[in-house]
Design a protein around this ligand. Structure first.
Ligand code: FE
Length: 234
């Protein structure tokens, strides 16, 4: 078995949202696809431990927004690496109320869908919900969708532990074998993003060769928005 094979499968990246009563939930998903055209239905695979999963079970509706390649990394961090049980993920994030009353994210997204759950299946650690489209819209006509491979290869993000595509970090080190051993690497303890001193952080304009200690104190992890204090030297 070659674990790198799993990274050859292509995915998009989405923010899945829902609401039950006054409780809003949302998370970053890559396992989402259209299953039928008539009626138009999409499937999502959600970890049973996720707060949003229980809210979708209660509400029977979910929305998803297709993230832009220019998505704000802090939004991915909030929705991908933190739990809505103890944190308001929607604070400061632009969204509107859809037809079914759930929040639909417009921030960092190029289009959105709202779906009513028709079927669900229990698959070990995950629940697969299949929802029929009740509404949709385009936010940025020419926007480029963020793909999982761009997220992984360019932004250097990993799947969080509850994602269907999560693979233990030790096992995926082989796919990062191009990383130089010459300069220090600092890792975000929240999302596993690695700041490589040899490469700097092109997203924030940190020049290659910049020691992590010389990175400005207000710099944050480009993937999850964590501060410098959450980084540890590899
Ligand atoms: Fe991070």
């Amino acid at each position: 078995m070659n674990l790198d094979t799993y990274f050859k499968v292509s995915y998009g990246l989405y923010v899945v949202t829902t609401q039950s009563g006054d409780k809003k939930g949302g998370y970053i998903a890559n396992t989402l696809f259209q299953v039928t055209a008539t009626p138009p239905q999409f499937a999502i695979s959600c970890n049973k431990d996720n707060y949003t999963t229980s809210l979708i079970q209660q509400s029977g509706v979910f929305g998803f927004s297709i993230l832009s390649q220019k998505a704000n990394p802090a939004l991915i961090g909030n929705f991908g690496y933190k739990s809505g049980r103890d944190f308001d993920k929607f604070h400061g994030v632009s969204h509107f109320k859809g037809k079914t009353g759930i929040p639909i994210i417009t921030d960092s997204s190029i289009a959105w869908f709202e779906c009513k759950v028709n079927h669900f299946y229990e698959v070990g650690t995950h629940l697969i919900f299949i929802g029929e489209v009740v509404d949709n819209g385009i936010l940025e006509e020419k926007g480029i969708p963020l793909t999982y491979s761009y997220y992984r290869e360019v932004l250097k993000g990993y799947s969080p532990k509850n994602a269907p595509t999560y693979i233990e970090k030790e096992k995926i080190e082989s796919s990062y074998s191009h990383i130089s051993n010459q300069a220090d690497v600092w890792q975000c303890q929240l999302c596993h993003y690695e700041y490589e001193e040899a490469k700097g952080d092109p997203i924030s304009g940190i020049q290659p060769g910049t020691s992590f200690l010389d990175v400005p104190d207000d710099w944050v992890c480009p993937i999850c928005g964590a501060g410098k204090s959450l980084f540890e030297k590899e």
